[in-house]
Design a protein around this ligand. Structure first.
Ligand SMILES: [Zn+2]
Length: 513
């Protein structure tokens, strides 16, 4: 039985005992999730309170409102060119990703307080708090200066040097949700202490302070973010064990704390690999804490499903745990490694991770519709924090999706009339995907690239060519506006070209936070 069917009609306060027996009967009938226990308990409590004030006849109907849910999907670095390339890669030019089917869309400006091109810290913080802040700052006031960490006792640059009077924390959507009695979850493929997830649950002057960031999620411990309430985050899934593990045990913590043990002591069900994760019975799990890797989780292209769950599986498991709260939940899901693959200029990895992110969105919409078919109480938002410098070169002939024997969008530019390989002014072929900057730039003439072929450019580890040569792994973010798509409750308020700080208020209002 659904929660919003939890309505009790009584004709007299003298029927108190009958109502109680009615409650028990509902229990027997439904076998009952905790959600319904709570709803029924609330109704009985209200009834008894009403009866205490009068003994005469009265009619009382108490309807418990349905849970309000928000799922915020963030594709890290997922610019629109990457989305287009991922569509062609996965389903061909005329196919549709789930992201393409979202009914409401907007463009989002991503500049930060001090930079034309943002990093993930202020951009995700803008979504979560509505405040424009400096690059590398997490969920603090605009005046907060990003100050690099200094060396700790082990020589790792992880010691806090933020200073005592360097800005103030600003509330996040996750904190607002917890304050309303909702559940909250954070799911990512990066370290759980990385900038995007960290912006939801912590406040700090520099994103690199990942030891400090980890302590913010441990209820009751030193460094805990008390704005998360007494219970803290209800679901935490991702990578990054090293910032929860003492240095002497192979981790990065200089304070000797074992935060995984501390989370266990706070009644979190802990999963450290896919087997343990798959064994978690969400219906019996109040709080779930899963860290699957020491650092980031694997690229989807390299992922061993026996060791690491997919982003889609983490998302739906999180929904199962969180949805037991009768008031609702806020869930943030990050496809975090799209960004890393783009920094490496390894396009195939980036496109496959974008596809894994899209699969998670599809799984979430499908699951949400089981209990809320029209999504009238569920808002799902999909966006990115910033662009990269990926481009699609040439007047390429349509390739269709990438498959065995077809490089697709990962191949060379072919003439759309003749199918012949196109050549640049140096007489050499070139790939459809390139980058504005990156590690692979041919020195002098590209004539030396005359033998470049699809097999080479579509390989898992091929670094697409770039215009500006930078150090390996250092391709930069881009400053272009990003896509936002929305479906469900209040989705139609997302439209036009909006600043990233405006997204916070739109989510807050749509969800009633
Ligand atoms: Zn990045």
């Amino acid at each position: 039985m659904r929660l919003d069917a939890g309505v009790f009609n009584v004709s007299s306060c003298g029927n108190e005992v009958l109502v109680r027996s009615g409650f028990l009967k509902y229990n027997r009938i439904d076998k009952m999730t905790r959600r319904y226990h709570t709803a029924a308990g609330l109704s009985v409590a209200l009834l008894l309170a009403a009866c205490g004030s009068a003994s005469q006849q009265s009619d009382l109907t108490v309807a418990t409102p349905p849970p309000q849910n928000v799922i915020f999907f963030l594709g890290d670095g997922m610019g629109m060119t990457t989305m287009t390339a991922a569509r062609i890669y996965a389903v061909g030019e005329d196919g549709e990703l789930t992201m393409d089917t979202l009914p409401e869309t907007a463009f989002v400006k991503t500049f930060s307080n001090d930079a034309q091109v943002t990093d993930s810290a202020p951009s995700m913080s803008a979504y979560m708090t509505g405040v424009k802040m400096n690059n590398e700052v997490l969920s603090m006031s605009s005046d907060t200066r990003a100050i690099d960490p200094i060396a700790d006792a082990n020589g790792n640059k992880l010691a806090n040097n933020c200073g005592g009077s360097n800005g103030n924390p600003v509330p996040t959507l996750v904190e607002l949700a917890k304050a309303k009695g909702w559940s909250a979850g954070v799911v990512t493929t990066t370290r759980i202490t990385h900038a995007t997830p960290a912006a939801t649950y912590t406040h700090i002057c520099h994103r690199d302070l990942e030891n400090d960031i980890a302590t913010a999620m441990v209820p009751g411990g030193a460094g805990y973010n008390t704005a998360l309430g007494t219970s803290g985050l209800d679901v935490v899934l991702g990578g990054g064990k090293q910032f929860f593990t003492p240095f002497k045990d192979g981790g990065k913590r200089a304070d000797g704390r074992d935060l995984i043990a501390e989370m266990k002591a706070k009644n979190y069900t802990v999963a450290s690999n896919a087997t343990e994760f798959n064994a978690v019975d969400a219906s019996k799990t109040e709080r779930l804490f899963g860290l699957f890797t020491s650092s980031h989780m694997s690229y989807d292209l390299d992922r061993d499903p026996a060791k690491e769950p997919s982003l889609a599986d983490m998302t739906t498991k999180a929904m199962d745990v969180l949805s037991k709260n009768s008031k609702g939940y806020f869930l943030m899901v990050e496809g975090g490694r799209i960004d890393h693959a783009l920094h490496e200029t390894t396009a195939k990895k980036a496109l496959q991770d974008t596809l894994a992110f899209d699969n998670a969105i599809k799984a979430a919409i499908d699951k949400a519709k089981i209990s809320d078919p029209t999504l009238k109480n569920t808002l799902i938002v999909v966006t990115a924090d910033h662009d990269h410098t990926l481009v699609l070169n040439g007047y390429a002939k349509r390739t269709g999706k990438t498959s065995a024997g077809n490089a697709g969008v990962l191949g060379l530019v072919k003439n759309y009339v003749t199918g012949a390989t196109e050549k640049d002014l140096d007489g050499a072929p070139y790939s459809i995907i390139g980058f504005g900057n990156g590690e692979n730039r041919t020195q002098a003439s590209r004539a030396s690239m005359a033998s470049l072929d699809d097999t080479t450019t579509s390989a898992n580890t091929y670094h697409q060519e770039a215009t500006i040569r930078v150090a390996a792994g250092s391709e930069t973010h881009g400053g272009t506006d990003v896509f936002l798509g929305a479906i469900g409750k209040g989705a139609d308020t997302f439209l036009g070209t909006i600043d990233n700080t405006k997204v916070f208020g739109l989510v807050k209002n749509a969800a009633g936070l």
